[in-house]
Design a protein around this ligand. Structure first.
Ligand code: GDP
Ligand code: CA
Length: 317
């Protein structure tokens, strides 16, 4: 069984490749919940939903988020009622949030609700929210402290980020489902997600980083920064404004002491030596996933890399 850590769009692509490569039931994805929000009285979990829709084959290929072919009638009606509609929720997507909120109000944990939704969508992998407690990312910017979706969606992640806070994280604990997954994983894979606001909150759940460090299995990350740039979103600018190097090396450095392998793009081959000096093995390979075939190809190479690291560590014993 393999555990992957993921945020939304970038993470979901590799998670999908792993899902299509591994035997059914052999993948558990621990997903960021610090982007979650309440809107129109509904609980929305954007990263969990992106991974869920992607694995279910429902994701909108153009946006990466939302459901392919969804309509926006409910949102248009809400707009007539003069509700703010900058956060786009499609009609089918609304049903997910209604079902989730209904079950949360009935007293189920987010982990249990997510499991129900995944089962209903026929997903043969476990999608595990990083925590059941509500956690909310806030970004300190030149324009003041912003809620995550305000920064990301409404203001198009244009503000300079000078600080990041995960509200509620001190009271959170790794769920028993996450603990169980990590303790049984044969390899742990950090998907190419934003290291600050997607993987960052997962690692900030008290106790989770130590659980990962304690596992003597291959732990491998894939860089979301390719050729010094994020393929989409603000990861590159965020790294820079928070004082990190804007490169695959800058990402690897954030994972130093946790990961023993890092996968970088061919465009970044010259960084391999510096990343190895952080105590990581490096795989240089194409990492841009344009087609679904690319996802499975990269997943296979990442899994082979894990096998290679496992063999090297057992031959050292
Ligand atoms: P979000 O929650 O929707 O912002 O998604 P994530 O945090 O999971 O992923 C965002 C990151 O994914 C960005 O930094 C992108 O550079 C990265 N990304 C997106 N597509 C790819 C890809 O095909 N290959 C790699 N290596 N990174 C990608
Ligand atoms: Ca996200």
């Amino acid at each position: 069984m393999i555990v992957a850590l993921a945020g939304g769009v970038g993470g979901a692509k590799l998670a999908d490749g792993l899902y299509r490569t591994l035997p059914a039931g052999q993948l558990r994805v621990v997903v960021n919940t610090a982007d979650d929000l309440d809107l129109f009285g509904l609980r929305i979990c954007p990263d969990v939903d992106t991974v869920m829709y992607t694995l279910a084959g429902l994701a909108n290929p153009e946006t990466g988020w939302g459901i392919a072919g969804d309509t926006f009638e409910a949102l248009a009606m809400l707009s007539r009622y003069e509700r703010d509609v900058w956060f786009k929720v499609g009609d089918r997507d609304f049903a997910t949030h209604i079902a989730r909120t209904d079950r949360l109000r009935a007293g189920l944990s987010l982990t249990a609700v997510t499991s129900e939704l995944c089962r209903a969508l026929g997903i043969q992998a476990e999608i595990l929210p990083m925590a059941d407690e509500p956690i909310a990312t806030r970004l300190l910017t030149g324009a003041g402290s912003l809620e995550f979706q305000d920064y990301f969606v409404r203001r198009h992640h244009e503000d300079l980020v000078i600080g990041v806070e995960f509200h509620g994280i001190a009271a959170a604990r790794p769920t028993s489902a996450v603990q169980n997954a990590v303790s049984r994983a044969e390899a742990i894979i950090f998907c190419p997600s934003n290291p600050i606001v997607s993987i960052g909150p997962i690692l900030a759940v008290p106790g989770l980083r130590d659980l990962l460090i304690q596992r003597a299995v291959p732990k491998v990350g894939v860089s979301p920064i390719v050729g010094g740039r994020a393929l989409r979103g603000p990861a590159d600018r965020m790294l820079g404004s928070l004082g990190h190097e804007i490169s695959a090396y800058g990402v690897a450095k954030l994972y130093q002491g946790i990961l023993d392998g890092f996968v970088i793009d061919e465009a970044d081959a010259r960084l391999a030596g510096r990343i190895e000096s952080l105590g990581m093995h490096v795989l240089v390979t194409p990492t841009i996933m344009t087609t679904t075939g690319d996802r499975a190809d990269l997943a296979m190479r990442v899994l082979d890399f894990c096998t290679q690291l496992r063999q090297e560590s057992s031959s050292r014993l």
